[in-house]
Design a protein around this ligand. Structure first.
Ligand code: DGL
Length: 265
C-alpha cells in the first residue's frame, strides 16, 4: 500500500496550530505538513485583493511539493476571503475556517455576542451573512486586533506577554456601545485560542470563548475517512515561507504540536 499522503494545514503564522491540536486528537497518526506563510504574515492588515491572489498561488506550490490528501485553511482571514478561489484552483478537498457565530448564538444568554478577529476578517461580507443567518436575534459586536495576533506568535516563541495587552483587545469589544452585555466571544482568528487562557484571565467578568476548531477537525476526519494511517505517529513538518533563521525561534513551540522538522518553501 502506498504511504498515506499528508494533511496540509495552512495559516499565515502559528495560529493554525490551534486547529492542528484538534486534528491530532482525532487523527493522531496522520502525517502532517503545517505551512506558515511567515513571508506574508500578518494577513489581518492586508487588503482582500492581496490575500485573494497570494493564498491560492501559495497553496498551489505547497500542493505540488507535498502532494497532500487534503488542505485545511486554518485561518479565518484567508478562508473568508479566498476559500472559493482555492477550491476552484485545486483539485482536492479544502476545508475552511469561518467564525463560529452559529454556536455562539446558541450559547449566548444576553443575546449580545462579541466577534474578535483580524481587522480584515471582521469586515468581510461572509461575516455579515453568518450573523444574518445564525444570530438574527443577537447584537453582534466586532473588533479586529492585530496586536493579539502578535501576542500569540510571541507566546509560541516562548516570549513573555503582559496582561494589559489582552485586556486592551477585550476592551475593543466590551467598550463599544452595548459591549458590557457580551457574554460569549467568538475567537474568529485561529491565533486567539492559543492565548485563550490569557484572555480569560484578563476579562473583567466571566466570558465564554468559542471557536470552530473541533468542528474543522471532525470535517477533516470525515473527508479522510477512507485513508489508512500509519501505525505510528509520523514526524510532522513545519514549512515556512519567510526567513529560515526566524523560524528557528518557533522550534520548541512547534515540537509541542508534533512538528519536529522545519523546512523552507
Ligand atoms: N490566523 C489568522 C486568522 O485566523 C490570521 C492572522 C494574521 O495573519 O493576521 O485570521
Amino acid at each position: 500500500m502506498p504511504p498515506a499522503r499528508p494533511l496540509l494545514v495552512f495559516d499565515s503564522g502559528v495560529g493554525g496550530l490551534s486547529v492542528l491540536r484538534e486534528i491530532r486528537t482525532l487523527l493522531p497518526h496522520a502525517p502532517i505538513v503545517y505551512a506558515a506563510d511567515s513571508g506574508g504574515y500578518p494577513y489581518g492588515t492586508k487588503s482582500p485583493a492581496e490575500i485573494a491572489i497570494r493564498v491560492p498561488a501559495l497553496l498551489g506550490r505547497l500542493t505540488e511539493r507535498y502532494d497532500p490528501e487534503l488542505i485545511v485553511i486554518a485561518c479565518n482571514t484567508a478562508s473568508t476571503i479566498a476559500l472559493d478561489d482555492v477550491r476552484a484552483a485545486l483539485d482536492l478537498p479544502v476545508v475552511g475556517t469561518v467564525p463560529a457565530i452559529k454556536p455562539a448564538a446558541v450559547l449566548s444568554k444576553t443575546r449580545v455576542i462579541g466577534v474578535l478577529g483580524t481587522k480584515a476578517t471582521i469586515v468581510q461580507p461572509y461575516v455579515d451573512r453568518l450573523a444574518a443567518e445564525f444570530a438574527t436575534d443577537c447584537t453582534v459586536i466586532r473588533h479586529g486586533s492585530a496586536e493579539l495576533v502578535d501576542l500569540a506568535e510571541a507566546t509560541l516563541r516562548g516570549a513573555a506577554t503582559s496582561s494589559d495587552s489582552y485586556r486592551r483587545a477585550l476592551d475593543g469589544l466590551l467598550h463599544q456601545p452595548g459591549g458590557d452585555r457580551i457574554d460569549v466571544v467568538v475567537l474568529a482568528c485561529t491565533h486567539f485560542p492559543l492565548v485563550e487562557d490569557r484572555l480569560a484571565e484578563a476579562a473583567p467578568h466571566a466570558l465564554t470563548f468559542v471557536d470552530g476548531n473541533a468542528g474543522i477537525a471532525r470535517r477533516t476526519a470525515w473527508l479522510a475517512r477512507d485513508v489508512t494511517w500509519p501505525e505510528e505517529p509520523s514526524e510532522g513538518i513545519a514549512v515556512f515561507t519567510g526567513d529560515a533563521t526566524a523560524a528557528e525561534a518557533y522550534r520548541a513551540g512547534l515540537a509541542g504540536f508534533g512538528l519536529t522538522r522545519i523546512e523552507k518553501l
